[in-house]
Every structure is written in C-alpha cells, then in structure tokens.
Design a protein around this ligand. Structure first.
Ligand SMILES: [Zn+2]
Length: 296
C-alpha cells in the first residue's frame, strides 16, 4: 500500500513537472494545516475569505506521514501554518524553518495549552478544541484585521456547536450503565477518557499505531470480553482493524468505530464532514458499548 502511495505521489509530481502549475500568490490569505481538527476550525472561521489546505492527503494515516516536495511548495506559499505538536508532526518545525517565506507564521498549538503528557491526541477534549479555536481565530485576525468581526462571529458559532457536543458527552456518561470500553487500536482516547470519566481496556501499551499487541495480552483481552460480557469492541479510523476482527471471530462482539479525527477520508472531505459530525458519530457508537439508557 505504502509503495503504491509513493508511486502515486511520484506520478503526480511528474505530471506537475510536465505542466507546471505554480500557485500564484494573489494576495489572499492562505492557511496550511497538518491535521483535520485545526483544518476544520480554520475552515469554519474563514469560510470563503481565505484558502485552507490540509497537508495530509485524504485517508492517510497521520503518524507515519512524511511530507512531499509539493507540500513544501504549498507551505512556501502559505501565510499561516498550524500544527498540533512536535510529538505527532515530527516534520513540521523542520519544514517551517526550511521555507524561504519570511512572512509565514507557524503555530504549534500544543505550546498554547497546558498539557500534562506527551500524548498528542489532546484535540479529542472539547475544552482543548475551544482553546485551539480561540488561538487560531486570533492568529487569523492578526493577519487579516479587516475581517475581524466576521472571523470572531464564526468563531462564536463554532464554539457554540462544540459546547453542544460537550453537553452530549456529559449526558452520555451520566446515563451510561457501563463505564469501560474495549478498544482494539492505538489508543488515542486517553485524554478523552480522563476528561469524560470513561475507562478503557486495550491490548496495546502505547498510543503509537505501530505498537504490537502480544499474544498474552490478546488472550487476556478475550478472557476480559467473556468475563465482563462485553458486546462491543471499538476500532480506529484509517487503519485495517485486524485485531478487532480477530477478537470478533473469537467472541460474539460487535465492531464499532471510534474515530480520533487525525484525518478524514476523501468522501468525508468532499462532503464537508465536520469535527462535531465525527464526534457525534462517536457518541452514537459509544452509546451502544456503554449501554446508554436515558430513554429506558
Ligand atoms: Zn494517533
């Protein structure tokens, strides 16, 4: 798959060489984002007043991503570059230093939050998303003060929706009969779990997608599923859920996705799926595994 993607990139670059379509700086604001959360925030703040690009191609796993020469060209032509942390986008600060555009402003969002671990998935907590939205808005306002009122009004609407999602999360945990989920992926939901009072069991001991689960841990997991009458096993987005499928073949669990929103599929990108849409889908799936029972 990796080889295929590499060849695809290579062929796209070659097409690029044959017909040079050098992006022209027409003076409009251009924002480059590495991951989906800050892409979604920026899109909602600027709407049609600026161009927002997502560095990750649709459907690509975020942790293993390495930027292409075209990404550097895009960054060179952008006014604002927003990444989440040096732990996840290990390439970002180097990329930002290498470009020749002296006017480019680069922000590492993790430096603006009080985080107590190196786990990079802090965007899965709504209060962090709200802080990220505030910081991004103010950076955009600095670059384009004429539209400050427009950007701040969009920020308010975006935050209002995030707050609605936060209430849905509180409601979910309040009326859930269970408090523990089984997750068969690299566990990106550690901040989320501690913020909303959820516990999790996972055969992985790291949040890296390359972590391997030992056979001992897998058999313990199967034991746990049987002992606790677990009905749902969760798997992550954009990675083949091999382990989840194996657990499902050994037990009678249902498999549901818990999407950590690193990136989106092409279909989701084209369909303008938002951060809140995905979080609401997560809530819907968590209601099944946590046995949400408000209506009963
Ligand atoms: Zn991750």
């Amino acid at each position: 798959m990796k080889k295929y993607i590499f060849m695809l990139i290579l062929s796209l670059l070659m097409v690029g060489c044959a017909q040079p379509v050098e992006p022209v700086d027409d003076g409009s604001l251009t924002i480059m984002t590495t991951l989906f959360p800050q892409y979604d925030i920026s899109k909602h703040i600027v709407q049609d007043k600026a161009k927002v690009t997502l560095l990750l191609p649709p459907g690509v796993e975020a942790h293993d991503y390495e930027p292409t020469p075209q990404d550097i060209v895009k960054l060179q032509n952008s006014d604002l570059f927003i990444y989440t942390s040096d732990h996840l986008e290990t390439y970002a600060s180097k990329m930002s230093k290498e470009i020749k555009n002296k006017d480019n402003v680069t922000i590492n969002l993790s430096t603006q939050l009080e985080l107590d671990s190196e786990d990079p998935h802090y965007w899965l907590v709504i209060s962090n998303m709200i802080e990220m939205t505030n910081s991004i808005t103010e950076e955009i306002v600095k670059l384009d003060p004429d539209n400050a009122d427009f950007y701040r009004a969009n920020r308010d609407a975006y935050i209002k929706d995030l707050q609605a999602v936060e209430s849905e999360l509180v409601d979910l945990m309040k009326y859930a009969k269970r408090d523990t989920i089984v997750f068969a992926g690299h566990f990106s939901f550690d901040y989320f779990a501690s913020a909303y009072g959820m516990k999790y069991v996972t055969p992985f001991d790291s949040y890296s997608p390359n972590a391997e689960a030992s056979p001992q841990r897998i058999s313990k997991m199967i034991e746990y599923i049987r002992e606790h009458d677990i009905k749902v096993v969760y798997y992550e987005e954009l990675v083949d859920p091999k382990l989840a499928k194996m657990l499902a073949s050994e037990t009678s669990v249902e498999l549901l996705m818990l999407n950590a929103e690193h990136n989106v599929s092409k279909e989701q990108l084209d369909g303008h799926t938002t951060y809140s849409d995905i979080m609401r889908e997560n809530i819907k799936n968590l209601k099944v595994g946590l046995e949400y029972a408000k209506d009963n």
